[in-house]
Design a protein around this ligand. Structure first.
Ligand code: ASP
Ligand code: MG
Length: 434
């Protein structure tokens, strides 16, 4: 699939010369009640009346996916993943049908489709399937006939005809993938926050909405714990250059289009941006991390593989990894895992270390958090790391681990200092100021 932008959305919208093709995505909160669905329909109708073609990708009504999966868990501690997808996908099917009806009540010709009807093709990894391709013929035919097309988020169909789902939060990915397949002018992700913030406003009250963020930064923020968008949707936006905007669905649905098009946060591409970027754009954190250290492992080829192999085989995400310099041919090996997987990782490790690695001890700390500063401006500025470390030291916060990439620096610290660290860094990097 190759994305060739047909024309700039703004150009099209402002000159009114041609219509734009826009994908709207509405999250669970935005679809959470009959009144909210009516508001979504009013907003979509407004876009249609302005002459645009609109494809809408809704999530299930808020709480519905949890409720559905909860029913399965009542029946089995280990429910079959194929059946879980069969169940969980119904939430989006209901909200799509409801939205089509609400649109029709607004006088908009609308039709809803489940993933298998479109078709949204995925692989067969139940509960975490990947989109392989989306047929555009049927959608384009409806759009060209003046219809609003509603497509279920979160779901698709595998080559054998089984219904699949894309993982929690997957409707974001559905929407961006649909936008990529249709070469849409823009993908608008309507949600319950009014954009992407410099950090979580619940942790730092000075957090500020960003008008723009580059795709690279957004990807880091999503991977590092910011929950605004599903990571895969950001990967898709980057790969296919989908112009994506995150904005609130809770504004007046009838606000003028020109105003609405400036709301929220636009995800841009670094090479397109002409302005001097701020050094740091945001601070991300992952509160629930855990750290494991294997003490005195023999320092010889294959050790990292022997330690981490069984953990990877169990599908546990390993994040930061540090191996110390060896003393007397022995070294310490430390890594982090999500806290929910800590006990499982520890148990696996105890087994493998005892049977063939022969280390002295395994230590763990399940109360650590990761705090990261993110910004493409880091590429051209030195001293970001030292400023980060100085800020933390001034607060008396001990750094347990450090990792860096071109556009981020992450530290692992004691969980109890996490919020303090976020606030101090937010201030030190002047993120409270424009
Ligand atoms: N309904 C699904 C979930 O709760 C997908 C989504 O909302 O994006 O994860
Ligand atoms: Mg979501």
């Amino acid at each position: 699939m190759h994305f060739s932008p047909r024309r700039s959305f703004y150009e099209a919208a402002f000159t009114q010369s041609t219509m734009s093709l826009i994908v709207h995505k509405y999250g669970g909160t935005s679809m959470g009640s009959v009144e909210r669905i009516q508001n979504v329909a009013k907003r979509v109708a407004k876009w249609m009346r302005a002459g645009h073609q609109v494809v809408v990708v809704p999530s299930a009504m808020s709480g519905e996916t949890n409720r559905l999966l909860g029913l399965a868990k009542e029946l089995s501690a280990n429910p079959n993943p194929r059946e879980l997808d069969q169940i969980a996908s119904t939430g989006e099917q209901v909200s799509s049908g409801l939205l089509a009806i609400a649109l029709q009540e607004q006088g908009v010709d609308a039709v809803s489709y489940a993933g298998w009807q479109v078709t949204v093709h995925t692989d067969s990894a139940f509960t975490k399937a990947r989109i392989m391709g989306i047929d555009d013929a049927k959608i384009m035919k409806d759009l060209n006939a003046g219809r609003a097309v509603v497509i279920t988020g979160f779901q698709g169909v595998d080559p054998e005809g089984n219904i699949t789902t894309l993982g929690r939060g997957g409707s974001d990915t559905s929407a961006v993938a649909v936008a990529a397949a249709l070469k849409a002018d823009e993908c608008l992700i309507y949600t319950d926050v009014d954009g992407v913030y410099t950090t979580d406003p619940r942790v730092c009250e000075d957090a500020r909405r960003l008008e723009k963020i580059t795709f690279e930064e957004m990807l880091e923020m999503a991977s590092l714990g910011s929950k605004v968008l599903q990571i895969r949707s950001v990967e898709f936006a980057g790969k296919y250059k989908v112009k994506t905007r995150v904005l609130s669905s809770l504004t007046d649905p009838l606000i003028p289009l020109e105003q609405e098009m400036k709301l929220g946060t636009l995800i841009t591409f670094e090479e397109d941006s002409t302005m001097e970027a701020a050094v740091i754009s945001g601070i991300a954190f992952a509160r629930d991390e855990a750290k494991i250290t294997v003490i005195d492992v023999p320092d010889r080829p294959g050790i990292a593989y022997q330690i981490l192999g069984p953990i990877a085989d169990a599908n546990i995400d390993v994040d930061m990894i540090i191996q110390n310099q060896s003393v007397d041919a022995k070294t310490d090996f430390t890594f982090t895992v999500p806290r929910a997987e800590y006990q499982k990782a520890l148990d696996l490790l105890k087994k493998s270390v005892q049977t063939h690695i022969g280390a002295k001890d395994i230590l763990g700390d399940a109360k650590v958090s990761k705090v990261s500063v993110v910004g493409v401006g880091m590429r051209s500025h030195v001293g970001v790391a030292s400023k980060m470390f100085r800020t933390l030291s001034e607060e008396g916060i001990n750094i347990l681990m450090i990792s860096t990439s071109e556009i981020k620096i992450s530290v692992v610290i004691d969980e109890k200092y996490m919020e303090l660290a976020v606030r101090a860094l937010h201030k030190a990097f002047e993120l409270d100021q424009k």
